[in-house]
Write a protein that binds this ligand. Structure first.
Ligand code: NDP
Ligand code: HSE
Length: 457
């Protein structure tokens, strides 16, 4: 029997993820010790209420409300409390006392990552965070280590399980957004306040974390352009299906070159988008997540799996714990975050993509030419155009789009109208917004019913 020295592990939080981490660590401690070359002794679990019922049975004597004392006794601190404070202060305190830290706290990293990584570097400690984006999916290590010798061009991610579940239910079962959200909440996928999911805040936090790693540059979460799924209608989902697309909430981080200055930068955005049913991301169903990476040398890579769930996320946390423990055994300073590229985060107006625009227009001679002229005036090239007779009673709610005005106001009752579905070639967001503005203001256009970006083609 090999005698290992013990590393002391402090756990902050025993909720969905923390309780599973504690249980797995207690159950598989010997096996992990042999992988690390040191024992991993769970010395305490800090919570708010030591008497609260837990998802799994854990030894009562491990629980404490005194997180500060627990931190000072540990070699490695695992933070799974969530939120900004006191998590931020506890992590800083842990690093400053020489402990490595493992966290899954995406909200904290997206907001205060730079401060925390600098604190770790100053004392030669390391902050591990595989669980902070994509739950159980190994994506942080591949971006930080495996792809460190390549140049990532673009990341397309389905990084929020709740919204993927909702959009999938709307597509496959014809559920309403409200019913699908209620099911996602009952299944435990949604955040305590589901606004974080459906308005894209959670995905934006993950986008900031992934972009920082992929492009070796600081990406503040406020610089991530964000649009949630609350404006997605049943009609859009249905139209997408008929055109061979599926609606997904995507987090997109990419290198962008400013067409005017030639400056290279990064753009990061979260919004619903049409994805071809032939693209691998279209096959990501339910609450699953996937991150599609386009790299210069490696080509296309896809990482797929459970983006949430206590047990699944615990796997990523324990992987980080093993890495941190191995580092302690080997000695030496932690590996600092690479922020050497200093790429600026550019405005979403500089991004180029394809768009599907749905219009109701007056069905009269010359209208198509007028519409084509508006696209042409703004330098936006039309790839496909389909015309059909507009429904007698308009069933679709006209949503204000992210591109501005929703319509001119003429109604189907006043004219014979037709529905036009136009897909553009790649154009800048700025040109598209100007095109939509001109369309909405033109008397031939009754309404701009929908504007969706088309991604991954
Ligand atoms: P929970 O809300 O289920 O659990 C939080 C735990 O932290 C509880 O045990 C709570 O104690 C404890 N806690 C909260 N505030 C304090 C405090 N001030 N002092 C001491 N203890 C405190 O969170 P999750 O387990 O779901 O998530 C943990 C982290 O992992 C979050 O950052 C989350 O974003 C991240 N994450 C979660 C995923 C998931 O699927 N759940 C997926 C990926 C990441 P008590 O029980 O006594 O109230
Ligand atoms: N609410 C989040 C989601 C949990 O639905 O993806 C995992 O981060």
């Amino acid at each position: 029997m090999i005698e290992y020295r013990n590393l002391k592990i402090a756990l902050l939080g025993a909720g969905s993820v923390g309780s599973r981490v504690a249980a797995l660590l207690l159950e598989h401690g010997d096996e992990l010790a042999s992988r690390v070359g040191a024992g991993l002794e769970l010395v305490g679990i800090a919570v708010r209420d030591v008497e609260a019922e837990r998802d799994v049975t854990l030894p009562k004597e491990l629980f404490t409300t005194d997180a500060e004392s627990l931190i000072l006794s540990a070699d490695i601190v695992i933070e799974l409390m969530g939120g900004i404070e006191p998590a931020r202060s506890y992590i800083l305190k842990s690093l400053n006392s020489g402990a490595d830290v493992v966290t899954g706290n995406k909200a904290l990293l997206a907001l205060h990552g730079t401060e925390l990584f600098e604190a770790a570097e100053q004392v030669g400690a390391q902050l591990f965070y595989e669980a902070a984006a994509g739950g159980a999916i190994p994506i942080i290590r591949p971006l930080r280590d495996s792809l460190a010798g390549d140049r990532v061009q673009r990341i397309l991610g389905i990084v929020n399980g709740t919204t993927n579940f909702i959009l999938d239910r709307m597509d496959v079962d014809g559920d309403t957004l409200e019913d699908a959200l209620a099911t996602a909440t009952a299944l435990g996928y949604a955040e305590a306040d589901p606004t974080a999911d459906i308005e894209g805040f959670d995905a934006a936090q993950k986008a900031a974390i992934l972009a920082r790693l992929a492009f070796h540059s600081a990406v503040p979460v406020e610089a991530v352009s964000r649009e949630g799924i609350t404006g997605v209608t049943a009609a859009q989902v249905e139209r997408a299906r008929r055109s061979g697309y599926v609606v997904k909430l995507l987090a997109i981080c990419e290198r962008v070159v400013d067409p005017v200055t030639g400056e290279e930068g990064i753009a990061a955005r979260v919004h619903p988008a049409l994805v071809s049913r032939l693209h691998p991301l279209a096959a990501v169903h339910g609450a699953k997540n996937a991150v599609f990476v386009e790299a210069e040398a490696a080509g296309d890579l896809m990482f797929y799996g459970a983006g949430a769930g206590g047990l699944e996320t615990a796997s990523a946390v324990l992987g980080d714990l093993v890495s941190a423990a191995r580092r302690h055994v080997a000695g030496g300073p932690g590996v600092a975050e690479s922020l050497t590229a200093h790429l600026p985060v550019l405005d979403i107006g500089k991004v180029q993509t394809r768009y599907q625009i749905t219009l109701e227009v007056v069905d009269a001679t010359g209208v198509l030419a007028t519409i084509a002229g508006i696209f042409s005036d703004h330098g936006v090239s039309v790839e496909t155009l389909e015309q059909s007779a507009a429904p007698a009673a308009r069933p679709e709610t006209v949503q204000p789009t992210a591109f501005g005005a929703a319509g001119h106001g003429a109604t189907g009752a006043d004219h014979i109208t037709a529905t036009l579905v136009i897909v553009t070639h790649r154009a800048s967001e700025k040109s598209l917004a100007a095109t939509v503005g001109s369309l909405a203001a033109n008397p031939a256009v009754s309404s701009v019913t929908s504007v969706m970006r088309v991604e991954g083609a």
